[in-house]
Design a binder for this molecule. Structure first.
Ligand code: HEM
Length: 169
């Protein structure tokens, strides 16, 4: 499954979503402090003129019942991709059992270096509860150990983006 993502204002992207609602696939409109993001999830090509495309290397659950989505953006070097993806194949698999977790998508970038680990939640409080849980600790337990991924895997600093889901079609 491909995730095409475009950025803009919520009004502009809402119109865009309405105009393209007969296209194959699903649209999700997400917003944070006036910045919006439109996701077109499809097996086909993008209808967007700009933005980025990712392919899901793993996905479970969905955005449908989620109110809150968290995108952990991790820049990874081209040489680091196999190691990085192997790590995720062996991931703890705990997050999807957390209360309020509605889904997860691990997205490989097709036109940038930045992977996206998207988690979908009923609301922000559920995400915050996982962040301070032992399940989060366990999922990241290798990070400061000799088993951690080598620094050369990363090509930049990871950054978090959070959004509220405001519409879908
Ligand atoms: C609030 C910030 C973060 C969120 C929301 C997040 C999200 C996730 C999720 C959902 C998983 C899978 C957990 C599971 O299977 O139960 C995971 C694992 C992982 N995360 Fe994070 N993460 C965060 C911070 C970071 C940071 C800063 C890095 C550093 C690059 C990182 C790198 C990894 C890696 C490599 C794994 C695979 C497990 C392993 O460490 O071997 N994460 N993360």
């Amino acid at each position: 499954m491909n995730y095409h993502i475009a950025y803009g204002t919520d009004d502009y992207l809402k119109d865009y979503m309405e105009k393209h609602q007969n296209e194959e696939g699903k649209f999700y409109l997400l917003e944070h402090s006036g910045d919006a993001m439109l996701i077109h999830k499809t097996t086909g090509d993008s209808v967007f003129e700009s933005g980025h495309t990712y392919e899901a290397i793993e996905e479970s659950g969905s955005f449908e019942n989620a109110g809150y989505a968290v995108f952990n953006n991790i820049p990874v070097s081209i040489e680091g991709r196999p190691l990085f993806e192997d790590r995720f194949k062996e991931r703890a698999g705990l997050v999807e059992k957390e209360p309020g977790c509605e889904g997860l998508a691990i997205l490989r970038p097709l036109d940038t270096e930045t992977y996206v680990i998207a988690t979908m939640w009923k609301d922000e409080r559920d995400f915050e509860a996982w962040r301070s849980s032992s399940s989060y600790e366990k999922a990241h337990k290798e990070r400061d150990t000799s088993n951690a991924l080598p620094q050369s895997v990363f090509s930049g600093k990871p950054y978090l983006k959070t959004y509220n889901l405001i519409a879908s079609s």
